[in-house]
Ligand binder design. Structure first.
Ligand code: HEM
Length: 408
């Protein structure tokens, strides 16, 4: 095995259930050139350093023409690039504007006020498992929750939520490099449909404020305002996509990890407040975003004895950095008591996850309630079947046997 073929192996579906030995092999060298010409960064301090380095660009317009970057999934949508795919100053302007209705300092209560509603959604999903002795934790529980949460954040009417499941799923699968041209085409089509739908919704919200951030964002436009209508649409699409499968994976990966660690699960049932460090440890140990797949070097970058040449694609391997023994003691051990758990599950630097407080809230609501109510949950398949995507890695299904539910 040569280091230059490791990326091909990491993306190979055969290794989806357990990519961690490949990441361990990759860490033999912090920065490696792959046979496809990209550079992989695998160690904690090097990933951290590059994530904060303005010489790395998230903007696909800087990538070499023809490179298989995110540009392909952005084409033909008639939308400006969302802030995830921009560098400063464009990134900062849009991110600041999106934060105004969503979080501190302008809207510190916004997420807090959604808490009760989301707790009811969690309870309702679990009530729906009544009478079953076998459940799919992904399809029956983890999958519906984040879509509902994003719909509430955006202010999407309830009757339209089902359509979001389809769109979000299709667009997310278009990000999978193994999906081929057909996957990308379908993803672009779904993005266009979402865009048309959201433009209509934004028009309505501009006239008549409702719940969610789209109303404030839509009225905050025009000359002197901070976002154009198409920028609001692009931001809404970004929030929907970025907040969907990632959070599904967090809840599913946490459930799988707990069922594989019965001693931690026993303790969690007695101490539900353990959920806070437990969620952080899942974000380190089984991160829902395994790596940042496409950034471009804007200059030659010297790091850890290697020069990354200007113009190449650089991939930052978060899941590998999270298990770097130089940073985490006994990194392959799942340990919610771990001190100073500065994992990179939400990334770091200017593109640090915008939705981290929401994702944490969802997982912290979902997991204690799920394990309080499920009687004697047992994994039916281990490993479970995984989704194809190597970046947004998580089970496609998580079949679990139960002896029914305890009362609400
Ligand atoms: C467990 C769930 C989540 C994980 C693990 C996660 C992880 C990440 C990561 C690794 C990035 C950096 C991506 C890059 O630079 O290429 C990111 C960015 C982002 N995330 Fe999340 N995310 C999660 C949930 C959410 C949610 C719920 C939302 C929406 C409310 C969201 C919205 C965003 C946005 C908008 C960005 C772009 C930030 C920027 O470019 O400044 N994420 N997330």
């Amino acid at each position: 095995m040569t280091l230059g073929t490791l990326f091909a192996q990491i993306t190979d579906y055969a290794n989806r259930a357990d990519p961690y030995p490949l990441y361990a092999a990759l860490r033999a060298s912090p920065v490696t050139r792959q046979d496809d010409g990209s550079y992989l960064v695998s160690t904690y301090y090097e990933v951290r350093s590059l994530a904060n380095d303005p010489r790395l660009s998230n903007d696909p317009r800087n990538s070499i023409p023809g490179a298989d970057g995110p540009a392909a999934s952005e084409e033909d949508t008639n939308l400006p690039p969302a802030f995830l795919f921009q560098d400063p100053p464009g990134h900062d302007r849009l991110r600041d504007a999106a934060m105004r209705p969503f979080g501190p300092p302008h809207s510190p209560r916004f997420l807090h006020d959604l808490r009760g509603e989301l707790a009811r959604v969690v309870a309702g999903l679990i009530d729906g498992l009544e009478g079953k002795d076998e459940i799919d934790v992904v399809g029956d529980f983890a999958y519906p929750l984040p879509v509902t949460a994003i719909c509430k954040v955006l202010g999407v009417p309830r009757e339209d939520e089902q359509r979001f499941h389809g769109w979000a799923d299709t667009v997310a699968s278009g990000l999978d490099p193994s999906g081929g041209p057909r996957g990308k085409e379908k993803a672009q089509q779904a993005r266009r449909e979402l865009g048309v739908y959201l433009s209509g919704l934004i028009d309505t919200k501009r006239r008549r404020n409702g719940s969610g951030i789209l109303g404030p964002l839509a009225r905050d436009t025009g000359p002197g305002g901070s976002m154009s209508t198409t920028e609001v649409v692009a931001t809404a699409v970004l929030l929907l996509i970025a907040g969907h499968e990632t959070t599904v994976n967090l809840i599913s990966n946490a459930t799988l990890t707990l069922l594989r660690h019965p001693e931690v699960l026993d303790r969690f049932r007695k101490e539900p407040e353990l959920v806070v460090p437990l969620v952080e440890e899942v974000l380190r140990y089984e991160p829902p975003v395994q790596f940042i797949p496409f950034t471009t070097a804007l200059a030659d970058i010297d790091i850890a004895g290697t020069t990354i040449p200007k113009g190449v694609t650089v991939r930052l391997m978060l899941a590998s950095a999270n298990r770097d023994p130089q940073r985490f003691d006994d990194p392959d051990r799942f340990d919610p008591d771990r001190a100073d758990n500065q994992h990179l599950g939400f990334y770091t630097g200017i593109h640090y996850c915008f939705g981290a407080p929401l994702a944490r809230m969802e997982a912290q609501l979902a997991l204690p309630e799920l394990f309080r109510r499920l009687k004697n949950p047992r994994l039916l398949t281990d490993p479970p079947p995984y989704r194809a995507n190597p970046v947004l890695r998580g089970p496609r299904h998580l079949p679990v046997a139960i002896d029914g539910l305890t009362a609400p």
